[in-house]
Design a protein around this ligand. Structure first.
Ligand SMILES: NC(=O)c1ccc[n+]([C@@H]2O[C@H](COP(=O)([O-])OP(=O)(O)OC[C@H]3O[C@@H](n4cnc5c(N)ncnc54)[C@H](OP(=O)(O)O)[C@@H]3O)[C@@H](O)[C@H]2O)c1
Length: 247
């Protein structure tokens, strides 16, 4: 018999139109969850919906996470329908790099909006629904962070600052909501083969060697593992890096 570990669970996955979020949304739906898969790009949302396979359900939802009104409406509809959210997985985000002397403040604002304010606001709005699941069988918030959230390299001051902020957010939130049966995990990721990483390699003038990087499916596996842990155990922070070095 096929295993359906997440049957009956309601999951929200952001960044589901690309890379890690896409792989995660597909994986959770394949494992039986009802997945609300958020992204902006309509064409990629449609292809995501077509690729999804059961036994769970994938609902592709167009949503700009920096639009407070749209987020409020989407969350209200979701909560009205399901009454609970078991798993919230944050994979959406923006990336740009530049040395401080040359960096644009508009890029700083855009990364703050997409990488800090948006996941903060979405989590805040979903907390009542996460609490419902937490009091029943347990709930999870997973934040896909970066190695830049641990130690910032040259040229990444803006992005790394947003990742440090999200690490702090996760640590603070965990202490507030563990008692409600909600776990909070941060995954600090190294280079992972996604459209974003391909762009970064091109900008660095390096040959892109995706086979040497962490695969988006590896991250999805890790998310599924974290969500499948018994409610008595919590992993708070994980570091996932390519086993081989491509740079
Ligand atoms: N790839 C890596 O090597 C790596 C390493 C460390 C950490 N990470 C982290 O892992 C996460 C996913 O990375 P990835 O490589 O899969 O990224 P990606 O390929 O660039 O995809 C980013 C996703 O975020 C969504 N997004 C961006 N801004 C949004 C907004 N305002 N509203 C809604 N959705 C928005 C995009 O949606 P649309 O395309 O529909 O606009 C897209 O689905 C990111 O948080 C990233 O920092 C990645």
């Amino acid at each position: 018999m096929t295993s359906v570990p997440f049957a009956g669970r309601i999951a929200v996955v952001t960044g589901a139109t690309s890379g890690i979020g896409r792989a995660t949304a597909l994986r959770l739906a394949a494992d039986g969850a009802t997945v609300h898969a958020f992204g902006r790009d309509q064409e990629r949302l449609e292809s995501l919906g077509k690729q999804a396979a059961g036994p769970g359900t994938l609902l592709a939802v167009q949503l700009d996470l920096t639009d407070d009104g749209a987020v409020a409406d989407t969350v209200a509809r979701l909560v009205e329908h399901h009454g609970r959210v078991d798993h919230l997985v944050h994979c959406a985000g923006a990336y740009s790099s530049a040395r401080v002397e040359a960096a644009s403040l508009a890029d700083l604002d855009a990364q703050y909006a997409a990488n800090v304010r948006a996941p903060y606001a979405l989590t805040q709005r979903l907390l009542p629904a996460l609490r419902v699941a937490g009091a029943d069988s347990g709930a999870d918030v997973i934040i896909v962070n970066s190695t830049q959230g641990l130690r910032a390299g040259a040229g990444t001051s803006q992005f790394a600052a947003t990742q440090h902020a999200m690490r702090a957010f996760a640590d603070s939130l965990r202490q507030e909501i563990n008692e409600a049966g909600i776990r909070v995990a941060t995954i600090h990721l190294g280079r992972t083969a996604t459209p974003r990483q391909e762009t970064i390699y091109a900008r660095e003038g390096r040959a892109y060697a995706p086979d040497l990087l962490v695969q988006a499916g590896d991250v999805a596996d890790l998310v599924a593992y974290l969500l499948g842990l018994p409610p008595t155990a919590e992993i708070t922070e994980l570091h996932l890096r390519p086993a081989k070095k491509s740079y």
